[in-house]
Design a protein around this ligand. Structure first.
Ligand code: GLA
Length: 434
């Protein structure tokens, strides 16, 4: 009798379980995100900023080859991310396929090509019915899509927020996180809903990074707002300075495995060399994902030098994973500090203005007491060696020197003269003198 009961229960439960599975419902128990994939901010290249949807296998392989040849992979840029526009159609069963005209060898072959060169493959989809460029979105196909990505050996997913028609953002991103986890392949999950629903408040266990702003353009200073014939403001790209303002207050939310993402880099896409340097430096000071967005097959020596400066990359990739803080804004100058391992600090001055500024650094006026990290610069007691990050030939100096006159022989705070060009930075690494 007992046996019959069990049999009946099993029979009744079976179809429910099957339906639940075949429709890819969210499991009752949320699955954890893949850990350990972004202990430091992710680094790579994405197709969007330069090529938009004009991507294909030849171009991507060429980019991959050049990333190896120019030392970008060695410098840490390991993700090669296809953004919008790789998609073909869904088949009768709803599985997504690549556009075989653009990628004739298929996505798995592309993944193999990249993996053989020390690179990882990133892909792009959207939580809504369509991607922002109107290709198929993942809504209702989350488990199928995650399954396909795992089959292709994808390593990274950027998940966008167009055509989402009022679905719940937290639920939508958690659903894809669960699907990726279920598919069984570690995939870095990059949330892209432009900061619209404050993902920093809820996404630390969902994704590895979240966009904090609208889309970046290759512009340093804010683009003036213009209005259409109905008086509505026209879309305009976010400038480097706009983005810094939006990302700066969010530092408490960033850390290993869960980063604020102020959008991909525009270095090499039309700003001046100094603007590119300032943009790149500020992204490193803010512990941002470093996703290049320029044409790697055709770049100037200056662009290459900017994106491969190991000292500033080390600031971004510092294992403590603390987003930098803005100590103050004075005139057109911003003063930033970032606590680094072993008592080091990164320090930079950003010149927002159009004219060069020469200033005398007075360390006592730059004292930092960072509540978030519990670190203080203690310039009166700790002597630091100061190394110029962008000027390799500049001599290092220290923050304390032997006093003259009354203070003869005593260590006193030193001053230093620094010039910061227009739309540029001066950046330094401070290391305690042992
Ligand atoms: C959105 C994203 C961009 C890019 C495009 C693709 O605008 O924010 O980064 O992925 O979609 O269509």
């Amino acid at each position: 009798m007992k046996f019959l009961k069990y049999l009946l229960a099993a029979f009744l439960l079976l179809p429910v379980a099957q339906v639940g599975h075949s429709q890819g419902r969210t499991p009752d128990r949320p699955l954890p995100k893949w850990e350990g994939l972004a202990d430091t901010p992710q680094m790579g290249w994405s197709s969007w900023n330069k090529f938009q949807t004009e991507i294909n296998e030849t171009l991507i392989k060429d980019i991959a080859d050049k990333m190896v040849e120019y030392g970008l992979v060695d410098a840490g840029y390991v993700y090669l991310n296809l953004d919008d526009g790789w998609h073909g159609e869904r088949d009768d069963q709803g599985f997504i396929h690549e556009d075989l005209e653009k990628f004739p060898s298929g996505m798995k072959a592309l993944a193999d090509y990249l993996h053989a060169r020390g690179l990882k493959l990133g892909i792009y989809s959207d939580a809504g019915t369509n991607t922002c460029a109107c290709y198929a979105g993942s809504l209702g196909h989350e488990y199928q899509d995650a399954y396909m990505y795992a089959q292709w050996e994808v390593d990274y997913l950027k998940y966008d927020w167009c055509y989402t028609n009022n679905i719940n953002p937290r639920g939508a991103y958690a659903l894809m996180r669960n699907a990726l986890r279920k598919a069984g392949r570690p995939i870095l999950f990059s949330i892209c809903e432009w900061g619209s629903n404050k993902p920093w408040e809820w996404a630390a266990d969902v994704g590895h990074s979240w966009r904090t702003t609208g889309d970046i353009g290759a512009v340093f200073a804010p683009v003036p707002i213009t209005y259409d014939e109905n008086g509505r403001p026209r879309w305009r790209p976010q400038s480097v300075l706009d983005i810094i303002e939006q990302n700066e207050p969010l530092r408490q939310y960033a850390g290993p495995g869960h980063w604020n993402d102020p959008d991909m880099l525009e270095v090499g896409n039309g700003m001046s060399v100094s603007e590119d340097r300032a943009h790149f430096t500020m992204w490193c000071m803010m512990a941002a994902p470093l996703i290049l967005g320029n044409d790697i097959t055709d770049m100037t020596p200056e662009t290459l030098a900017t994106i491969t400066n190991r000292e500033i990359i080390a600031v971004d990739q510092d294992p403590l994973g603390i987003q930098g803080l803005r100590l103050k804004k004075e005139g057109g100058l911003q003063y930033w500090f970032k606590p680094l391992v072993d008592g080091d600090w990164a320090f930079c001055i950003l010149n927002e203005g159009e004219a060069p500024e020469t200033l005398t650094l007075d360390w006592t006026a730059l004292e930092v007491n960072d509540e978030l990290s519990g670190r203080a610069t203690s310039f009166a007691e700790v002597n630091y060696t100061v190394k110029d990050i962008w000027n390799a030939s500049a001599k290092s100096f220290t923050t304390l020197v032997k006093g003259k006159g009354k203070q003869k022989g005593q260590m006193v705070p030193a001053t230093a003269e620094v010039t910061v060009g227009p739309h540029d930075v001066a950046a330094f690494r401070l290391t305690p003198v042992k």
